[in-house]
Structures are given as structure tokens and as C-alpha cells.
Design a protein around this ligand. Sequence first.
Ligand code: NI
Length: 216
Amino acid sequence: MTKLEIIKKTIEYVKSKSEGEGSGHDWWHIFRVWNNAKLISKGENSDQFIVELGALLHDIADYKFNKGDEEIGGKVSKEWLKDLNVEDKDIVAVVHIVNNVSFKSEANNKIKSLEGKIVQDADRLDAIGAIGIARCFAYGGYKGHSIYDPNIKPNLNMTKEEYKSQKGTQINHFYEKLLLLKDLMNTQTAKEIAKERHEFMEKYLEEFFAEWEDRK
Ligand code: NI
């Protein structure tokens, strides 16, 4: 099977798995991350095949939906790629991305490969800006979180466990995660895209609080 055929088959596989996903991790999230990863990789000397497979499979079995098993995505990806007879070294590279791309806390960031850094940037870009805002509230609805509660303050020093079991509000999530992402981008291309998206989120929050505090 050619690399192109492997990518095409993986697209169909991921589409079938992510259909009807209502928490902001649907096929169109994967599609945007895949496209952003391709865009970012143009400025980097990276292995395109690994970048694309990593992007397509990065949420295949996200820990948030599998009772905290952080390795499940890697296992599922490995089985899938083995079935397609992908070379072992390529499988190892993709599994590294799938198992480590997710933001828990920056201290726990274990992404080592350039291809992984590219996919991580692409995933983070989809968490900010106008799309990031939409996904933030979609995820909050899925988890049963409030939009905002003035009595609950953001927790800026969350441990990994607190992050995973968080009961906060979605507006707090901007301060706890989304507004931090622009400074965590690995690549120059992602840094530039992130700047604009970050400014949009700041404007959004300004407007949100102006409306909240308007008692007229
Ligand atoms: Ni993702």
C-alpha cells in the first residue's frame, strides 16, 4: 500500500470513529488539525507522512473519554497501522505523537519529535480563536460545566489530576489554559497564527464581562 493510500484509509477510519462526537472532537476538529499540521510542516524539515498520520489519529481514543487511560490512543493507533502494514519505525513515531500530544500541564509535556511538536501546535491552534471559543463551550456543555460563575475563581496552579477532574467554569478555562497556549507554541508558523487568535479571545472576554456587568 502506498503512503497516500494509507492516509486515505486512515481518513475513512477516523471519520467513522468520530461521527456524532459532540464535545468538539469531531471529524471537523481532526480535519482542521490535519490541515494546520500540513501548513505548519511546510516551514519545517519534517516527515510529512508521520505528521499527517499523527494529526489524523491524535484524538482517536482521547483519555478524557476512556476513564483516564492515557495510553489507549497509542494502542488503538498501533493496531490500526499494523493492519495496514506500516513500517515499525513509523508506527513508533506516530504512537509517540498520539500518546503525548494532549495538554495536561506543560511540566508534563513529553513531546520530543519535531513531527509531534507540529501536531501539538496544530491541535493547540484549534483550541484558540473563534473556533477555540466555540469548542470550549461545546466541551463545557458535554461535561455539564457552567459558562461562568463569578463565585468560582480560576485555578492557575492545577495539578495534572485536578486538570483532568476539573469542575470549573468554561470562562475560567480561558485563564487556566486557552490564554496560555500562544506562549507554548513550538514552531514559528504556529506562533504567528496564535497571536491573532489570542487577541480575538481577549476581545471576546472584554465583551463578555462588559455584558455581564451591565446592569441597566
Ligand atoms: Ni485534538
